[in-house]
Design a protein around this ligand. Sequence first.
Ligand code: F0G
Length: 426
Amino acid sequence: MEMRTWQHCERCGHELDELAPAPVCPQCGGLLELRHRFFQRGDALTRAFSARRQALRGPDSSGVWRYRELVLPSITAAQIVSHPEGDTPLLERSRISDWAGIERLLMKHEGHNPTGSFKDRGMTVAMTQARRIGASAVACASTGNTSASLAAYAAHAGLPALVFVPAGQVAMGKLTQTLAYGAKTLIVRGNFDDCLTLARDASAALNIQLLNSINPFRLEGQKSIVFELLEQLDWSPPDWIVLPAGNLGNTSAFGKALREAMAVGLVSHTPRIAAVQAEGASPFAQSFQEHFAKPVRVSPETVATAIRIGAPASWDRAVRAIRETNGVVASVTDDEILEAKAVIDAAGVGCEPASAASVAGARKLRREGVIGPHETVAAVLTGHLLKDPGILVRYHQETNPAPPHANRPIEIDASVAEVERVMGRG
Ligand code: F0G
């Protein structure tokens, strides 16, 4: 039978079977990409996707597997390890649009996933594949969200999980989730980039399946953020998709999703991708300034620990995503991230610091005139507010003098008179 899906080395062109277990090309060490032969197009696909939205249970009720023809066509329902996940809301809030100066600012809130971040979309596919090829254990390096997601899905799949996280640089919500879901958690004295190198070496030495976003199956799942967003807009693309960027897996996945959405006729034109980094961890933004003439590496520092990454792994494929979509890469300061986060939080939406980089970046690009006054912008909020409670305690309760949007709690005695007093009616 003709292969429907295979793996293709992005560097040397070597091709491997869909079930080959190597995390990277065995010939040259390049990153692998999944290639699919698509048998359906346009309306036939959109009708199938929309019919599955009625499902109450099973893979069709997942916002990843609903798009399975474009994700992993060969999979059977019985093989799928799904929570389910996806099905995240597309929000619009005037207070946030006004702050960003963008009339039509939509927010795809990936914090509504089961473990509170977009990572679940890639993890359901990578874990499904790991079990399908008979992996005995799974591993990842992480700034916290991938590890929480891997731990939860490994528990579901019945596989032992091993995670490597940077010491002192993982938000409390993420670390505690990872522990609670039962992953063996190694706190590495080093940064994320050190953790990834160690995870790659250790998983190769110990024959453990590596589920970082260098694993091409992760990207297939993460593409569904774009498919779901486009479907929520009735396949009428926004002008821009803005997302925070760290290791560049998601930027790469978005580029692939848009390429394939065009190839199968789901959309007639492509939105522009704007990837946003924190200024202290902005190698990709710096390289973009030089038209990606050469890769840049930095020693990363930012309050947005999720994207505190200095040597992004999915570099080349993210460059391709930016080039193919006529995209841009921007950076925002920690102060801009925290201000955006405070506005998003106070609008009742809420997100973690790295996620706010997308809205902060959209505002900056609008002010610079890169985003036009009447263009529609879809910003991705990648993680949930409660992922990083430490930063909230510092911002609202501890920092002196109080930051602009700080909401200090007020301690009182248990009397109505006290309540009247603080309400200004005493
Ligand atoms: N936003 C959040 C909340 C993240 O956790 C991450 C990455 C990103 C954005 C950036 O995505 O790496 O694909 O460019 N978190 C990874 C982790 C590194 O380990 O959880 P990216």
